[in-house]
Design a protein around this ligand. Structure first.
Ligand SMILES: Nc1nc2c(ncn2[C@@H]2O[C@H](COP(=O)(O)OP(=O)(O)OP(=O)(O)O)[C@@H](O)[C@H]2O)c(=O)[nH]1
Ligand SMILES: [Mg+2]
Length: 314
């Protein structure tokens, strides 16, 4: 039996041991109390990684693209990890997910870490679990961490927007014109990728995106959003894309705007934690009152809003 007490867990993670990394990610997902102690020690000694979120319509080629990018960075001697985020129904089975994260080349390299994160594993919410996993990977010395979302719901967008760099992957000729893309996804893009550029309509889509970008107010001091074409299946364009990704990271770490952005990400995270903790405290403290008040609400003696305000003032 392997020893996984806190001390050895910390030492093994800092040495980059993949099994220990997996272990702590699972402990964090399951909200095992000691995971937080270990996380706290690791956090203060770790170097921040570059977190790259990848989103886009189903079947756009996100996995194939992430696979390519992972290999690009890995070939340059970087430590690469991939987290596939699946907030969809807790009933979506492992086989389905396995099919949606084709990472063939990366999977062959033993030192590229690949893991899927699904709602069913995470007690405190998928977003918190993802952030915890990133912290563990940073402590283990990973320098580029990809978050691929399996799906395009609000939950995915919320998770990807906590990344340092957001890639939005679009495909030509699927009725996938800019207008058809779910609002909220376009706004988070730091880079647009037109994948499947081997298909007709890539130039048209490029024009559409450029037009859309020209219509939005852009601070001249801020990052200029590039639009890149790729063919993920052949690897065409993936070197250029990886360079653009690295440039965005460079911009983040050297500009004031980039610094502000990193602060916003941390603030976002603190707000989420606060919301979670406050709700938890509220529900615990007022368990009995909530019962009483819910009956009063059913009797139409008080509105749910008034009930909560009353409890908060207690
Ligand atoms: N023609 C062409 N096919 C591609 C390209 N990139 C990916 N594909 C194919 O598109 C299909 C979907 O690719 P995936 O990488 O699984 O796409 P995904 O966006 O990760 O899919 P989900 O995770 O299910 O949303 C696969 O059959 C790929 O081989 C490309 O550039 N050109
Ligand atoms: Mg996929």
């Amino acid at each position: 039996m392997e020893s996984f007490d806190n001390q050895s867990l910390i030492k093994r993670i800092q040495a980059g041991d993949m099994r220990a990394v997996s272990r702590l990610i699972s402990l964090s997902e399951n909200r095992v109390p000691r995971a937080r102690d270990v996380q706290s020690i690791l956090f203060k000694q770790a170097t921040p990684a570059h977190v790259i979120g990848v989103t886009g319509s189903p079947g756009a080629g996100k996995s194939t693209l992430v696979d390519r990018l992972a290999i690009e960075f890995h070939n340059r001697g970087e430590r690469v990890a991939i987290l596939a985020i699946d907030p969809s129904s807790p009933f979506s089975g492992g086989a389905v997910l396995g099919d949606r994260i084709r990472m063939n080349a990366s999977a062959e390299r033993k030192d590229i870490f690949i893991r899927s994160m699904a709602t069913r594993g995470a007690l405190g919410g998928l977003s918190a679990a993802t952030q915890d996993a990133i912290q563990v990977l940073e402590a283990a010395g990973f320098t580029r961490i990809f978050l691929e979302t399996v799906g395009v719901g609000q939950a995915e967008v919320d998770i990807v927007r906590t990344a340092d760099t957001c890639l939005v992957v679009l495909v030509p000729g699927m009725g996938d014109s800019v207008q058809a893309i779910k609002a909220g996804i376009l706004e988070i893009a730091d880079l647009f990728v037109i994948n499947k550029a081997d298909r007709d309509g890539a130039d048209l889509l490029h024009k559409d995106i450029r037009l859309m970008l020209s219509l939005t107010d852009q601070d001249p001091a801020s990052w200029e959003i590039p639009i890149l074409k790729t063919i993920a299946t052949t690897g065409e364009g993936s070197t250029e894309l990886s360079q653009s990704v690295a440039e965005h990271h460079q911009w983040l770490t050297t500009s004031t705007a980039g610094h502000e952005r990193r602060r916003r990400i941390v603030l976002d995270r603190m707000r989420r934690i606060a919301a979670e903790e406050l709700l938890h405290t509220f529900l615990e403290r007022h368990a009995d009152d909530l019962q009483t008040f819910s009956q009063a609400c059913l009797n139409r003696e008080i509105t749910p809003y008034e009930a909560v305000i009353k409890l908060l003032q207690n």
